[in-house]
Ligand binder design. Sequence first.
Ligand code: 5AD
Ligand code: FES
Length: 348
Amino acid sequence: MNELIKKLEEQQNLKSDEMKWLLENNTPELRQEISLRARAVAEQTYGKDVYTRGLIEFTNYCKNDCYYCGIRKSNAQAHRYRLSQTEIMACCKTGHELGFRTFVLQGGEDPAFKDDQMVEIVRGIRKEYPDCAITLSIGEKSRESYQAFFEAGANRYLLRHETATEEHYRKLHPRALSLRNRKRCLKDLKEIGYQVGTGFMVGSPHQTVENIIADLCFIKELNPEMIGIGPFIPHQQTPYQDARPGTLEETLLIISILRLMLPKALIPATTALGTIDPEGRELGILAGANVVMPNLSPVEVRKDYALYDNKICTGDEAAECRVCLSRRMESIGYEIVNNRGDHPNKKS
Ligand code: 5AD
Ligand code: FES
C-alpha cells in the first residue's frame, strides 16, 4: 500500500508536503487505494448505513453577494421566493412520513426572516417532531441569535468556511464578508453546543493546492461533526460564470482524505457531486462519505434555489428524491436508515 495513505490512516494527519504529494498525484490507482481505506474506516463506525437529511430550501433571498453563488443579491434574474411557516411545516410533515428524522432548513441570508420568526419556526418543528434533529444553514449571525435558535430546539448548524486562506477568501467574497467573522461564527456555534458542519468547494476559482492544504488543516483543528465537500460549479449569472468547475476526481480524493483525518465525521455525498456526474453521490459514498441530503423543498420552488447551473433534483420527476436515493444506495450495497443520524460522540 502507498506509505502516505497508510500513515494518514494511522496518524489521522500528514505533514503539509505529504498532503501536497497526495493532492498532486491523484491517479486512478491512488484513488482506488485511498477510497478503499476511507470506506473501511467509515464502516468501522457506520457499517453500511447511510444517514439521510431532508433538505428544505426555504428562501433564496440573500443579502450577500458571494461571487460564485447563483442566489447572490446582484443576480437580478433570479426568481426569488420564500416559504411560509405553514409551507415549511408541510415539508416536514411529508418528510417525517417518508422516514426523515433530520430536517435541514437552508436559505440565503434573508433579512425578512428575523430572529423571532426563526425561533418560532424552530419551536414549531421541535414541538411537532420531538424525535427529529433540526439543522440550520442560514449563514452568519450574532452569537445571541445562534443561542436563541439553539434554545428554541435547533441541534445542528451548517456553515462552510469556504476557504481558510484570507487572500483566497477575498477573491470569492466582497469586502462585507470576512474569514475572521466566519471563524467567529463557527467558534460560537461550537461553544453553544451545536453539532457543527463546515467545509468548502473543490476547484473554486483561484484555489491552489496550498489553499486546500490550509482547508484540511483548518478542518482538522476545528474538529467539526460534519464536513460538506462538493465541487464548485459555475452559475451563468455570476462573475465566475466562465470559471472552470471542480472535478469529480479531486472531490472524491478530498472526501477520502477527510474520512481518514476525521474517522467519525458525518460527510455528505453532496448534490453538487451528483450534478457533475450522474453517479457522483454513489461514488462519494464509496470514497468514504456517509450521508445524503435529498431535497424536500416543494417541487415548484426547487429550480429557483440555484446556487450553480444544472442542479439535479429540480424537475417534476424529483418529487421522491428519497426513493431515488434509497435505490441508488442499495445499488452499491448501502442502506438508507431512518434515524436522526447523530455524530457518535454527540447525541443531543
Ligand atoms: N458551486 C458549488 N457549490 C456552491 N455553493 C455556493 N455556490 C456554489 C457553486 N457555484 C456552496 C457553498 C455554500 C453551500 C450552501 O453551497 O459552499 O456554502
Ligand atoms: Fe433527487 Fe434522485 S435524489 S431525483
